[in-house]
Design a protein around this ligand. Structure first.
Ligand SMILES: [Zn+2]
Length: 397
């Protein structure tokens, strides 16, 4: 009897007795096996042979090879195989779930092609070829449809069809690289999805239990990956989201239904507050400039002030230095934000000092740069503190 594909006809057989056909160190081939090898996106079954742990199952040249690192099994020995039921059921749920998701994808996005599939420890993924932009709304619609189809208890069946029949069918989804052979295996969810597949499946959508779409990732132009989890892991995700909602609702002292309105109101108030804060900060910057210390010089008054204003207020500083300087004043404003910048305004009647000259002098001593006219100049990137700049200006002018 062939040891290929018994898991196709009896995917829910988790124990069997057979004989060892070939044993080579850790590699064991059985006369027949229900173990699924790592194939078509489905991971290798876990389980034991005569109580020894099977670490891997691979399809090697058409033979299903069980890798058992430590054992005393010899050729012709009777072997009792035991498949990890929980893990196999999870794989069957994920495989059947993927067909449910593919059908939902067709409903929501129109024409799509199958581009890849994989089952991980906690989540599965399916890749679609589609021109559609898959946004959050579409993902939610896909999830809603999936769970509706699950509840409808739709029959899942499998059949062998001729390769020609599959290739000429509009309905059947298949990967570009189909399995070899005259006939290919086709899985059908009644009136929902039909696709070429070599995995193990459940016999009704109801057994999938629950699908939770985790999100999507655009792999390349025209190819989108959808990550989802299944069964109890999907329920865990549902309840995780519900707990987050509860926390948010209790923080905002409202119920789930009111959360969006409450958050929108909060965001509006926050914008208003931000504007208020900006106005208060602007007022403070202006006041500090008004209070700049006056140093009497022979032909002018030097007013100098250090500031700590954000870039939001740089226009106030420029404006003050440019337009609010008295006729016989030199106003030097040193601002420390992420970097130190300096704005200089020189009054109409001052002839001894040029604004540009002050900036050039600072650049020579502290690096950085800038420029302007004799009446208004700005500079930045100086490698010095506000205080160092202040004392240099006071010393030289
Ligand atoms: Zn499948």
């Amino acid at each position: 009897m062939s040891s290929r594909h018994l898991y196709w006809s009896e995917p829910k057989r988790f124990e069997f007795v057979t004989k060892a056909k070939k044993v080579e160190n850790d590699r064991i081939i059985l006369e027949e096996t229900y173990f699924h090898p790592e194939e078509g996106g489905q991971p290798a079954d876990k389980g034991t042979l005569n109580g020894y742990e099977v670490s891997d199952v691979q399809n090697e040249g058409g033979y299903i090879v069980h890798h058992v690192s430590s054992h005393d099994i010899e050729e012709s020995d009777e072997v009792k195989g035991k498949i990890d039921e929980g893990f196999r059921r999870y794989c069957m749920r994920a495989h059947t779930g993927a067909h449910v998701v593919f059908g939902a994808g067709r409903e929501v996005m129109g024409k799509i092609d199958y581009s890849g599939f994989d089952i991980g420890e906690k989540k599965a993924r399916i890749d679609f070829e589609t021109e559609a932009h898959v946004d959050r709304k579409k993902l939610l619609k896909i999830e809603e449809l999936c769970n509706k189809i699950i509840l409808e208890d739709r029959l899942v069946t499998w059949n062998m069809l001729s390769r020609e029949e599959v290739e000429n069918s509009e309905k059947v989804a298949f990967a570009k690289e189909m399995p070899r052979g005259e006939k290919v295996r086709v899985i059908e969810i009644k009136d929902w999805d039909i696709g070429v597949c070599s995995g193990t499946h459940l016999s009704s959508t109801l057994e999938v239990g629950r699908i939770h779409i985790l999100g999507k990732k655009k792999l390349q132009e025209g190819v989108t990956r959808i990550n989802f989890c299944i069964g109890d892991e999907a329920l865990r995700k549902d309840y995780g989201e519900k707990r987050s909602l509860q926390r948010a609702s209790s923080l905002l002292e409202t119920d789930h239904g009111n959360l969006p309105r409450k958050i929108s109101d909060l965001l509006d108030s926050m914008e208003e507050l931000k504007e208020e804060v900006k106005k208060i900060q602007a007022f403070r910057v202006e006041q500090r400039i008004e209070n700049a210390k006056r140093h009497k010089r022979e032909n002018y008054d030097l007013l100098i002030q250090t500031l700590q204003a954000s870039t939001d207020h740089s226009d106030i500083i420029s404006h003050k230095a440019k337009d609010n300087v008295g006729q016989d004043e030199v106003l030097v404003l040193i601002n420390q934000d992420k970097n130190v910048s300096v704005s200089v305004g020189v009054g109409e009647e001052v002839e001894d000092v040029s604004a540009d000259e002050i900036i050039q002098m600072l650049s020579q001593d502290f690096g950085g740069g800038g420029g302007g006219t004799s009446k208004f100049a700005q500079g930045g990137g100086f490698k010095a503190s506000s205080e160092e700049i202040k004392y240099l200006v006071l010393d030289r002018f």
